[in-house]
Design a protein around this ligand. Structure first.
Ligand code: 13P
Length: 332
């Protein structure tokens, strides 16, 4: 089995998911400021070490996604982040996209940048110990959007990235995120997500990306944040699994983003997915739904590291328990 297949299988191993702690410097700084913490490189480092060093984290977390800054930083004891988390039994990952920018020619739509020089950067990240990577494409829903051209451009970039990762021996997390922003219905999210997945699958195949050596990180199929109603977990799960049923059966696994859902809702939706039979594991790769409570509890105070870690451990345990339901509900 190829290295990518082995690593991808480990990322979605039973009862485990991926922790997304890869906010860009700008996003992380804004979140620290909101939490009352000065947004310095040292505070961003201390925050990521607090998360990664959570006792027992490897019980529910197979990998942590970092950003470039963190991968060049060290734990307080001097070990580089990648080495320190590997020693804890956790795979280090790296966000390699350069962010979603306004797409020329497509008003209101975004294209994720970062392909130029990617092959060289991936070689550098492999040297630093990265086992996997992440690239996030964002798709906005309005009455008119997304356009077919916007979907195609983003799907193509995801495939270029994924092919480059596999050639570098790094597992690509392929993240086409249909945003929750807006008033759209769950049905409309389902329709758009299905179109996006179809385009991504076609572009991946065109560049000979091995599905068994990637982890797909989709949005759940869910109504817009400003929609007047809230779907029940069973409705979200059914609609999501229905859309995902068009994916290749040999995909290593699916690991959802949380997309701004409250932590408990994301967990309940993930738990409800496990009732459905899928050819691949369905787990979490949450950012905010895992780390928001931890950031609030830590608040930059060295005396409250244990509080932040307890808050993260609680969310990880809840999500790991949710995905462990699969083994109970669907004995092999
Ligand atoms: P959220 O779970 O906060 O959506 O973040 C996941 C992620 O990695 C976004 O790129």
């Amino acid at each position: 089995m190829s290295t990518c297949r082995q690593v991808a299988a480990r990322m979605v191993a039973p009862g485990k998911g991926v922790l997304a702690a890869d906010e860009s410097i700008g996003t992380m700084s804004a979140r620290l400021t909101t939490a009352g913490v000065e947004p310095t490189p040292e505070n961003r480092r201390a925050y990521r070490e607090m998360l990664a060093a959570t006792p027992g984290l490897a019980d529910g977390v197979s990998g942590i996604i970092f950003c470039d800054e963190t991968l060049h930083q060290r734990f307080a004891d001097g070990r580089p982040f990648a080495d320190a988390v590997r020693a804890l039994g956790i795979l280090p990952g790296i966000k390699v996209d350069a962010g979603a920018k306004a797409c020329p020619g497509l008003p209101g739509e975004k294209i994720t940048e970062g392909l130029d020089g990617l092959v060289e950067r991936l070689a550098g990240y492999a040297e630093l110990g990265a086992a996997f990577a992440k690239w996030r494409a964002v798709i906005t829903i309005t009455d008119e959007l997304p356009t077919a051209a916007g979907i195609r451009a983003n799907a193509h970039a995801l495939a270029r990235y994924a092919a480059a990762c596999q050639e570098a021996g790094i597992v690509p997390i392929v993240e086409p995120e249909v945003l929750m922003d807006g008033t759209h219905s769950l049905r409309r999210c389902a329709e758009v997500t299905a179109r996006v997945h179809a385009a991504v699958v076609a572009e991946l195949a065109a560049l000979s990306v091995d599905p068994a050596g990637i982890v797909l990180k989709p949005n759940m199929v869910i109504e817009g944040a400003d929609h007047p109603e809230r779907s029940a977990p069973e409705q979200v799960a059914e609609a999501t699994v229905d859309v995902l049923s068009a994916l290749p059966t040999d995909l290593a696994g699916v690991a959802f983003l949380s997309g701004g859902q409250p932590p408990e809702r994301a967990t309940a939706n993930l738990a409800a997915m496990q009732v459905h039979r899928t050819p691949w594991p369905v787990t979490f790769s949450f950012g905010r739904a895992l780390v928001d409570p931890a950031l609030a509890a830590w608040a930059g105070d060295p005396a409250r590291v244990a509080d932040g870690q307890a808050a993260l451990a609680e969310r990880v345990a809840a999500n790991a328990a949710a995905v462990r339901r699969r083994a109970e509900l669907q004995p092999a």
